[in-house]
Design a protein around this ligand. Structure first.
Ligand SMILES: CC(C)(COP(=O)(O)OP(=O)(O)OC[C@H]1O[C@@H](n2cnc3c(N)ncnc32)[C@H](O)[C@@H]1OP(=O)(O)O)[C@@H](O)C(=O)NCCC(=O)NCCS
Length: 128
């Protein structure tokens, strides 16, 4: 499973691929991972808040609703655990991801200037 995750991550983030060991460390540090053959989502709960750490779908499986479905599964799990708000950060120039989050109920709450190699990070939140 961890090798499949590393392979998927490399397809989604070719400039900053995470290894199977990176995913193992994330799990050890308390992150939850939901994954299928074509997609993954990583998040972490702290009390009644959660952070979406990353999400990715294999390029040839995109625009089929996989990311939206994974967000829905994550939200259902977090609701069961008493979470009230989900936070995330997304690069200002990542239009697919910004549209995904907006379409799934996240709103912009702030900006971290030049956070990703000179590109602003948009901070988003969804109350559930
Ligand atoms: C962002 C990403 C996870 C979306 O995955 P996906 O499975 O294709 O997304 P979905 O099919 O569930 O799309 C849901 C909505 O997101 C938006 N969206 C997704 N891809 C888009 C694109 N290429 N251009 C514009 N909007 C897009 C649309 O609003 C879409 O709804 P629609 O299809 O009804 O128009 C995928 O493009 C990806 O893995 N990108 C690389 C990794 C990445 O940038 N992750 C986010 C880091 S913050």
């Amino acid at each position: 499973m961890l090798d499949n995750l590393a392979n998927l991550h490399k397809q989604c983030f070719p400039h900053k691929p995470w290894t199977a060991a990176d995913f193992a460390d994330l799990k050890k540090s308390g992150c939850e991972i939901i994954a299928s053959q074509n997609g993954f989502i990583v998040y972490r709960q702290t009390l009644d808040e959660a952070e979406l750490i990353t999400i990715g779908v294999a390029p040839d499986a995109r625009r089929g609703g996989i990311a939206a479905a994974m967000l829905g599964i994550m939200e259902g799990e977090l609701k069961k655990n008493g979470v009230k708000s989900i936070f995330l950060e997304v690069a200002q120039d990542n239009t697919p991801a910004r549209n995904l989050y907006k379409q799934n109920g996240f709103t912009e709450i702030g900006v971290r200037p030049k956070y990703y190699d000179g590109v602003d990070a948009i901070m988003m939140r969804k109350d559930i």
